[in-house]
Ligand binder design. Structure first.
Ligand SMILES: Nc1ncnc2c1ncn2[C@@H]1O[C@H](COP(=O)(O)OP(=O)(O)OP(=O)(O)O)[C@@H](O)[C@H]1O
Length: 295
């Protein structure tokens, strides 16, 4: 079975809110995707559809060419890890892990034990007795150890401290290298995880803003720094996402590939060209005044 994902003309309407507006996406099997968007952009809605937690109002979602909603045989290959509510959960951690093993055909018990050890999970405690960060670490352990061909993490690290998040990111990269699968990570900690992504998907107000390989996206951003009038004249025909000025020195963040001739011209004008991080691009690409031109 192929595990490529095809999302076609997907719309989701919640009473008066259009949460997803005509989303078309192809996700190739085996890559790590970063899903970004401001609060309310539609990330959880999109991931809930992929996780078969809900059906779109219209449009189709296929995995390997097959419809996914309520298709148990297809959905055993997809795991959706999200910030679940365990306030009432009396199951012990150990039992939770064993239960997942039952219906996840690629689950690796040894790896789950190893991760439980790495995260120092109290295996004999009830889920509701765990701290928020520990509950998230259980979710992540289930998500990684399931080795599902499609593994979705929706803000899965909530409450986890920086060392635990670091373990998560390292394990994800190492395990993905050994057991390639599609991983989709939705996150607000952009600067912390951008090194994981192979492709970036940005949603804005329910619509697709961009879907591109991360290196191509980063190549489109540049920070031009120098004397204010020189910067202004250099960027006058370009898409400027953001500017900052300190005294006579200005920095403009531009969006669009700079060719060799432009790079030479910048050098001759005494301007410095710097790289822009994904976080900076994300912040300014999703500003109201920039969205239309980015699109
Ligand atoms: N059950 C619901 N009923 C009505 N509106 C909803 C419901 N769930 C989500 N929405 C709305 O749909 C839009 C998308 O919400 P969604 O949770 O998908 O965004 P998100 O990108 O995951 O946001 P966040 O980053 O804040 O988690 C928002 O405007 C939200 O208010």
């Amino acid at each position: 079975m192929s595990f490529d994902i095809e999302i076609s003309k997907v719309n989701v309407q919640y009473s008066s809110t259009k949460a997803l507006d005509h989303i078309d996406l192809r996700l190739q099997y085996g890559k790590i995707y970063g899903l970004l968007g401001r609060n309310g952009a539609g990330k959880t809605t999109l991931l809930s559809i992929l996780g078969s937690f809900m059906e779109p109002t219209s449009g189709t979602v296929r995995l390997g060419g097959r419809q996914i909603f309520e298709q148990r045989e297809v959905m055993q290959h997809v795991i959706f890890v999200y910030d679940a509510d365990y306030k009432e959960e009396t199951e012990k951690v150990q039992d939770m892990l064993e239960a997942v093993e039952h219906y996840r055909p690629h689950f690796d018990r040894e790896y789950a034990d190893y991760l439980a050890e790495r995260f120092k999970l109290p295996l004999q405690k009830k889920m509701k007795e765990l701290s928020k960060g520990q509950q998230s670490a259980v979710n992540i352990t289930m998500g990684l150890a399931s080795r599902s061909p499609v593994t979705i993490f929706d803000e899965a690290y909530l409450g986890m401290d920086a060392p635990s998040r670091d373990i998560f990111y390292r394990e994800l990269l190492e395990d993905h290298a050994q057991h390639p699968r599609t991983i989709i990570l939705s996150t607000h900690h952009v600067s912390e995880v951008e090194h994981l992504f192979e492709e970036v998907i940005m949603l804005h107000e329910g619509r697709l803003l961009i879907h591109a390989p991360i290196d191509q996206l980063l190549e489109r951003g540049a920070a031009v720094t120098g004397a204010a009038q020189d910067v202004d004249s250099f960027v006058k025909e370009m898409k400027v996402l953001h500017t900052e000025q300190l005294g006579g020195t200005k920095q403009a963040m531009v969006f669009g590939n700079l060719g060799e001739a432009q790079r030479q011209a910048a050098k001759q004008a005494g301007l410095e060209l710097g790289i822009v991080s994904l976080q900076q691009l994300f912040i300014h690409m999703t500003e109201e005044e920039n969205v239309n031109e980015v699109r």
